[in-house]
Design a protein around this ligand. Structure first.
Ligand SMILES: [Ca+2]
Length: 267
C-alpha cells in the first residue's frame, strides 16, 4: 500500500507548531510498527479516505473502560512549560464521543505519572482533523500520546466489535512557549507553504509599493464567490488551494470562506 499524509488545516491565529516531529510513525506509513494497542485489535485499512492511503482501524475486543492506541515512540521527550501542538485524524460514528490524550511523566522510565489531559470531541462520521494545544506540567520529561473511545459494561451502547479509525498523529513544539522555541518552520513543509499563502491573503492588493500586484483584493461588500485561489496559487506556486464558502447560519449578510492548503503534487 502507498501512503500520503492527509494533513490540511484551516488557518489559525493561535499558537503554531514550529518544531520537529516527535512521533516516529504517526501516519502509519511503516504499518503498525511501534504502536501500542489497548483492549483492541488493529489493522491497516485503506478504505478510510476513499483512496489507497491506509489508516489504522481499531476493533474493541474487551468490554472494559476505553479502547484505543498510542503512537511510537513510547515515551518521547516532552519538556514541562513548553507549549505543544498535538494533531490527529480520527474517524468514528457520527455523534460518538472520542478522546485524544497526552500523559506527562517525570522520568525516562515513564512510570512516574505527573499529569496529562483528555481532549473530548464528537465524531462527524468522517475522518475528522483534530488539533489541540497544550503545555505539560513543570517537571515533565517524557510523555505518550494517543486516542481512545470510552465505553464499558455500564455503557449500554458499548459492545465488543466497536470500531474507530485513526491516522496522521503528530506532536510538535509550538510558538508561545516562553522563548523555548524559535518562531521558524522548516522550508518546504506544509506549515511553511501555508504560512506563505497566509502572507498573500493577509496583504491587501496594492499595499506593497515595490510589488503592487502582490496580495488579495479585499472582498468586503462584494457578492459572489471569493477568489482567494487565484492570488494564492499565483504567488505561492507550491500550494494547491481549495476555498469553500458558505453563508453564516445566523446572519445572511455574512459569508464565511475556509481556505485549505495542500502541497501541489502535479507539475
Ligand atoms: Ca496513513
Amino acid at each position: 500500500m502507498t501512503d500520503v499524509p492527509h494533513f490540511s488545516y484551516p488557518f489559525r491565529f493561535g499558537p503554531r507548531a514550529v518544531g520537529g516531529e516527535l512521533l516516529s510513525n504517526g501516519d502509519l506509513s511503516i504499518g503498525l510498527d511501534g504502536w501500542t494497542l489497548t483492549r483492541c485489535t488493529g489493522e491497516l485499512d485503506d478504505t478510510v479516505y476513499g483512496d489507497a492511503a491506509p489508516g489504522l482501524k481499531l476493533t474493541r475486543t474487551v468490554l472494559q473502560p476505553h479502547f484505543g492506541a498510542n503512537a511510537p515512540p513510547w515515551p518521547f521527550p516532552l519538556v514541562g512549560g513548553q507549549q505543544y501542538v498535538a494533531r490527529a485524524r480520527v474517524r468514528t460514528a457520527a455523534g460518538a464521543p472520542m478522546f485524544l490524550y497526552v500523559d506527562y511523566y517525570s522520568d525516562d522510565a515513564g512510570a512516574n505519572w505527573i499529569g496529562g489531559f483528555d481532549h473530548k470531541f464528537i465524531g462527524s462520521g468522517g475522518m475528522d482533523a483534530i488539533e489541540v494545544t497544550f503545555t505539560p506540567d513543570p517537571g515533565t520529561k517524557v510523555g505518550d500520546y494517543g486516542a481512545y473511545q470510552e465505553g464499558s459494561t455500564v455503557d449500554p451502547s458499548a459492545a465488543i466489535g466497536d470500531v474507530f479509525w485513526m491516522d496522521d498523529l503528530s506532536l510538535r513544539p509550538a510558538t508561545g512557549s516562553a522563548g523555548r522555541a524559535a518562531a521558524v518552520v522548516e522550508q518546504d513543509t506544509l506549515d511553511e507553504i501555508a504560512d506563505c499563502v497566509l502572507a498573500v491573503l493577509l496583504c491587501p492588493l496594492g499595499f506593497r509599493v515595490e510589488l503592487p500586484t502582490f496580495g488579495f483584493q479585499d472582498p468586503t461588500f462584494t457578492t459572489g464567490p471569493v477568489d482567494a485561489k487565484t492570488p494564492a496559487e499565483l504567488w505561492e506556486p507550491r500550494a494547491t488551494v481549495l476555498v469553500r464558502e458558505h453563508q453564516d447560519v445566523f446572519d445572511e449578510l455574512v459569508r464565511r470562506a475556509t481556505t485549505t492548503v495542500r502541497v501541489r503534487s502535479e507539475n
